[in-house]
Ligand binder design. Structure first.
Ligand SMILES: Cc1ncc(COP(=O)(O)O)c(C=O)c1O
Length: 363
């Protein structure tokens, strides 16, 4: 049986973790006056929105968001009755302070949430963007989910938010940071059913892959059940004890180095391909990539070919039903962008297998 590449992170039930303090989101370069650990990234966005509203009850409920993003980024604004608009990006996922500010002006928006993509600095002038918004009595939120481990490359935003579970297999985990003041009513209770359901699924996957116990449909069903609990979650919950422990034990250097090494192998190996183009053509020293995003004409066919070879390359992101009008570049990306897993579970041999499999497809 071919070993799988990609899809849900497993948890090794035999790994002993130490009791270490979780620390603050400063570990991601997100500094501020106060912070809160939550169970998800989406609830962190809602927490920032709630805080802005409590501090500014008269604020106009109008927000500018990325055009290429996850439904979980848009929904917290829609749930809080915001009108939502999307700033433009180019086909390399890049935008600038000027373009975002123009969008804010066009719609007289009061809040901007922006994010960089896949670990790369795709927002030019983010510090001046945040300062200019502050001068206009408007608010900035940087969602750092995709750029957690690039350390110092964070902006001067009023709020940072993020989800930690895209980078390793924590059952849950998110955070919010505010630049000024203090957060009120920080949740103390974790979502224990979610934590337990995620652990059950992640152990079952581990047992299937490494101990050859159980069946694949069974652990996939367990992940679906856990996701249903997450989707149904209401209110705010704190990060679970298991996620705290996993996060505090995470070997960040290993994660950073392995992701960079895997990325470089794919970058080199795909340099001469016509039908599969890397989204980013260089890896600067401060970048820690989330995935290796590629653009390809027939994405569905390539994705299916990879699946036949046990390589699970996700579409990050499918176009959300709740998405408003976006630029044509974002529309193109929703149709053509595919993400190759390069995370710390994989090594050089795995990346070479990915390259061979893509090569076969292109032939
Ligand atoms: C940029 C970004 N922000 C926030 C989230 C939401 O995180 P969570 O799934 O922990 O709610 C996601 C999820 O994919 C995301 O991609």
């Amino acid at each position: 049986m071919l070993s799988e590449i990609g899809s849900n992170f497993w948890i090794n039930p035999n790994e002993e973790l130490k009791d270490l303090p979780l620390g603050t989101p400063e570990q991601f370069g997100c500094k501020g006056n106060d912070f809160v650990w939550l169970s998800t990234g989406r609830s962190a966005i809602s927490f920032a929105i709630k805080t802005i509203e409590e501090r500014n009850p008269q604020l106009k409920k109008s927000a500018v968001l990325p055009p290429f993003t996850c439904h979980t980024v848009i929904e917290p604004f829609l749930n809080a009755d915001y009108e939502v608009y999307h700033y433009p990006i180019n086909e390399k996922l890049e935008t600038s302070a000027d373009l975002i500010l123009q969008c804010v002006k066009d719609h007289d928006a009061a809040v901007v949430l922006f994010h960089r993509y896949f670990g790369f600095n795709t927002v030019k002038g983010s510090d001046s963007l945040c300062r200019e918004l502050r001068e206009q009595n408007k608010f900035s939120i940087e969602d750092c989910t995709q750029c957690l481990y690039d350390g110092k490359n964070k902006s001067d935003a009023d709020f940072f938010v993020g989800s930690i579970r895209k980078w390793q297999g924590t059952p849950d985990g998110g955070f919010a940071v505010c630049r000024e003041g203090e957060f009120q009513d920080k949740p103390k209770q974790p979502d224990t059913p979610l934590e337990q359901a995620k652990i059950k699924a992640s152990y079952a996957k581990y047992k299937y892959l490494f101990d050859h116990e159980g069946e694949k449909p069974a652990f996939l069903q367990l992940y679906r059940e856990a996701e249903d609990i997450l989707i149904a979650q209401d209110g705010f919950r704190s990060i679970s004890p298991t996620s705290q422990k996993m996060q505090s034990n995470l070997d960040v250097c290993f994660l950073q180095n392995r992701r960079r090494e895997n990325f470089q192998i794919l970058l080199l190996g795909l340099a001469d391909f016509q039908d599969v183009r890397p989204m980013f053509d260089r890896l600067n020293a401060d970048i820690v990539p989330l995935y290796f995003p590629i653009l390809t004409k027939d994405r569905a066919a390539l994705q299916a070919h990879l699946v036949q070879h046990a390589i699970y390359a996700p579409v990050v992101w499918p176009k959300a039903e709740c998405l408003g009008e976006v630029c044509k570049e974002a529309e193109y990306l929703y149709q053509h962008l595919l993400c190759i897993p390069i995370d710390q579970r994989y090594d050089k041999d795995d990346m070479n297998r990915v390259l061979e499999t893509i090569n076969q497809f292109c032939k």
